[in-house]
Write a protein of this length. Structure first.
Length: 305
C-alpha cells in the first residue's frame, strides 16, 4: 500500500516560499506523493500546485478533491492540462461533488441529480483531458469543443461513497478517494462495489484504486489526541455523506475515525487497511505539536511500499 500525506496550504496568508519549502521537505523525507485539499474559502489548489511543482520536481501531487459544480468541464480541463504540462505528468486529479450546503448556500448551484451531473461532467471532461473533442449535450452540463494544448492526461479519481457514485467511479475513472470512512466500510462496501463496477464495465483487474484519507497521530496521549480530532473534524458529523459513513462504521463521531496510538498501534491499523484492499492511504496530520507531527511522518515513511 502506498502511503502519503496531505500537504496543506496556509489559507490566511499564502506564502509560496513556505509552500515550496514544505513540499521539498516532504519530498526529501521520501514521500512519493502529497495530496492537497480544496476548501471553498482557501487558495486555488491547482494554481499553487503548478507553481510549487515547478520548484519541487521529484514528487507527485494529487487534489482531494476539486468540486465539479464550481467550474465548467472545459475550464477545469484547461487548468488541469496546463498544470500537468508544467509538472511533466505528475498530477492526479481528484474530483468530487462538494455538499449541498456549499453548492446551494454559497454558489447558488442546485445539488439535485448528483449522479446525472457527474456523468455529464465526465462526458465533457475526460475526452478533453485525453486530447479529444468533447461533444456532450446534457440536461445539467453541456460541453462542446477541444483544447489545443497537448499535455499528459492526469489520472482522474472521483470521491464516491454511495453505491451509485461508486458505480460511476468504477466504470469511468481511475478510482475513488474516501474521507471519514472506516476500515469495515472500506472492506465491505467501498472496495468491492468499486471493483465490481469496473469488472462489469469490462475493465481489467487493477483498473481502479481506492485512496483512503483518515486523520492520523502517533502519540502516547491517546485521549488528548482523540479529543483534538473531535474538535478539528466536528463539522463532518453534520455533513450527510460523511455522517452516513460514520454511522455505517458504528463510529460515534469523527474522533473515532482518527488513527491514533503509538507506532505499533498505528502500523497495525494501516496494515489492516492494506489487507482490506486499500491501495493508497493518505494521512491528515492534525496534531499541531511539531514533535508529534515529526514522529507521525517518520512512521508513515517507513510504511510506504
Amino acid at each position: 500500500m502506498q502511503v502519503g500525506v496531505v500537504w496543506t496550504i496556509n489559507a490566511k496568508s499564502l506564502s509560496i516560499d513556505n509552500a515550496v519549502a514544505n513540499a521539498n521537505e516532504l519530498c526529501e523525507e521520501g514521500f512519493r506523493r502529497v495530496w492537497t485539499t480544496q476548501m471553498p474559502n482557501e487558495p486555488d489548489a491547482l494554481t499553487v500546485i503548478g507553481v510549487v511543482g515547478r520548484e519541487v520536481p521529484d514528487i507527485e501531487f494529487g487534489t482531494s478533491v476539486l468540486p465539479i459544480q464550481s467550474q465548467h468541464p472545459m475550464k477545469l480541463a484547461q487548468q488541469a492540462a496546463t498544470v500537468n504540462q508544467i509538472l511533466g505528468g505528475r498530477l492526479t486529479l481528484g474530483l468530487g461533488l462538494s455538499h449541498k450546503v456549499v453548492t446551494e448556500g454559497m454558489w447558488g448551484v442546485p445539488y439535485g441529480k448528483p449522479v446525472q451531473r457527474t456523468e455529464e461532467y465526465l462526458d465533457g471532461l475526460l475526452p478533453l483531458l485525453n486530447g479529444e473533442k468533447a461533444s456532450a449535450a446534457g440536461e445539467l452540463v453541456t460541453t462542446r469543443g477541444s483544447l489545443t494544448l497537448q499535455a499528459p492526461a492526469p489520472s482522474v479519481y472521483f470521491a464516491a461513497l454511495g453505491p451509485k457514485m461508486l458505480n460511476v467511479a468504477g466504470r469511468r475513472t481511475s478510482g475513488t478517494v474516501t474521507w471519514m470512512t472506516g476500515p469495515k466500510t472500506l472492506r465491505d462496501h467501498v472496495i468491492p462495489t468499486l471493483r465490481q463496477a469496473a469488472a462489469d464495465a469490462g475493465r481489467p483487474d487493477g483498473a481502479v484504486r481506492t485512496v483512503a484519507m483518515l486523520p492520523v497521530c502517533v502519540t502516547d496521549d491517546v485521549d488528548a489526541a482523540r479529543a483534538e480530532a473531535g474538535r478539528q473534524f466536528a463539522m463532518y458529523d453534520g455533513l450527510p455523506s460523511y455522517k452516513a459513513m460514520l454511522d455505517r462504521e458504528g463510529f460515534t463521531g469523527p474522533a473515532d475515525a482518527a488513527i491514533v496510538g503509538d507506532e505499533a498501534t498505528v502500523a497495525d491499523r494501516l496494515a489492516e487497511l492494506a489487507a482490506f484492499g486499500v491501495d493508497e492511504y493518505v494521512g491528515i496530520l492534525f496534531d499541531r505539536d511539531p514533535e508529534v507531527r515529526a514522529r507521525t511522518r517518520a512512521l508513515l515513511r517507513t510504511l510506504d511500499e
